[in-house]
Design a binder for this molecule. Structure first.
Ligand SMILES: Nc1ncnc2c1ncn2[C@@H]1O[C@H](COP(=O)(O)OP(=O)(O)OP(=O)(O)O)[C@@H](O)[C@H]1O
Ligand SMILES: [Mg+2]
Length: 329
């Protein structure tokens, strides 16, 4: 069964199309990833799926329930961990969970046992009576995930589950997410702008940019689209070198971003000497050269002509300009 289906799901905020005709399906029991830069529309998309935002057009179903007509049933079927912290710092671990359990009408006897089991699953059992304000960022995140699972949801939305955590803590959260997907058999939709996170955790991944899904497949299939290996060249005159290399048929794609030249080739290690010879033979200089297997960043670059980081840079810059203009008014 498909746990989630959307058909041309769209959300507009005045002139801005935050989510643009999104069509996707998420299989039961899977971990599905929404990967995209800041402002891509990830949170807006899951806000519609969790009935917190009304779609402008299009439609969606979560666990067989319609997000427009069966909002209560959708809400009962889902758990959410929001991007922004949402625990009550002045309460204990137990109180936070107890409150949520009551809100969702989980019976008292069930609640006790469920809280205990989830705290064990997230390795927080010894913190049951501790105040949340004494917690580290990683512990808070784990508690939020436990809370999202308390009422036995079929689908769990995790919006940027490791944002702002250090790499080590992030890895641990990944293990918890994998584990609970297995133990709880819960379908998970997670948003992230960390490629490694999507790569490590997710089966199918939708790459989203400016509200649109630009690619959707298993990570490996997405990487196969880029094809072969990626050779990155740091050169003094990237435009000139690009022009020089483009005609060679064994170079499948040439892209310049951030002053770096990326070439897609088969058997990269054999092509490096050839490339060096061509560039050197034309009196141009190579500062550095590296070879890697395609990553999801290369996939993003392939479809958008930019890296996720560059896209976020331009987004931040746009926001800054908007803020400046707004202040001047
Ligand atoms: N309530 C709102 N009113 C107006 N514009 C909004 C609103 N919510 C989101 N947007 C805009 O919609 C776009 C998508 O925002 P959204 O929060 O869904 O992105 P995101 O992919 O979750 O980004 P991030 O990675 O930063 O969390 C952005 O341009 C944002 O400014
Ligand atoms: Mg977001």
């Amino acid at each position: 069964m498909e746990a989630i289906i959307t058909k041309n799901l769209t959300k507009r905020f005045k002139d801005l199309v935050a989510v643009d005709n999104v069509c996707l399906g998420v299989g039961e029991g899977k971990i599905f990833g929404l990967l995209g830069p800041n402002g891509a529309g990830k949170t807006t998309l899951i806000s519609m799926l969790s009935t917190l935002l009304k779609p402008t057009s299009g439609d969606g179903w979560v666990w067989g329930q319609n997000i427009r007509k069966d909002q209560d049933r959708v809400r009962r079927a889902i758990g959410i961990v929001f991007q922004d912290p949402s625990l009550d710092d002045e309460l204990t671990t137990y109180e936070n969970l107890e409150f949520h359990g009551r809100l969702y009408g989980v019976a008292r006897e069930v609640r006790r046992k469920r809280i205990k089991d989830l705290l064990t699953l997230m390795e927080l059992a010894d913190r049951e009576r501790a105040m949340v304000k004494t917690f580290s960022g990683g512990m808070k995140r784990r508690l939020e995930i436990a809370r999202g699972l308390l009422h036995y949801p079929k689908v769990l939305f995790l919006d940027e589950p490791t944002l702002g955590l250090d790499p080590q803590t992030r890895r641990r959260i990944w293990e918890y997410i994998r584990n609970l997907n297995e133990v709880e058999k819960v379908t998970i939709v997670l948003t992230t702008h960390y490629m490694e996170e999507a790569d490590y955790l997710c089966g199918r991944i939708a790459i989203i940019d400016h509200g649109r899904i630009i690619a959707l497949d298993l990570s490996q299939n997405l990487k196969n689209i880029v094809g072969g290996d990626v050779i990155s060249l740091l050169v003094l005159h990237p435009q000139e070198v690009a022009k020089l290399l483009s005609p060679f048929p064994w170079i499948k794609q040439v892209k310049i971003h951030d002053g770096v030249l990326d070439l897609s080739v088969e058997k990269g290690e054999e092509k490096i000497p050839k490339i060096m010879k061509i560039i050197g033979g034309n009196g141009l200089e190579v500062r550095s050269i590296s070879l890697h297997k395609p990553t999801l960043e290369d996939v993003f670059l392939h479809f958008t002509g930019k890296t996720i980081r560059e896209e976020e840079g331009s987004f931040t810059e746009t926001m800054r300009m908007r803020m400046r203009a707004w202040r001047k008014r």
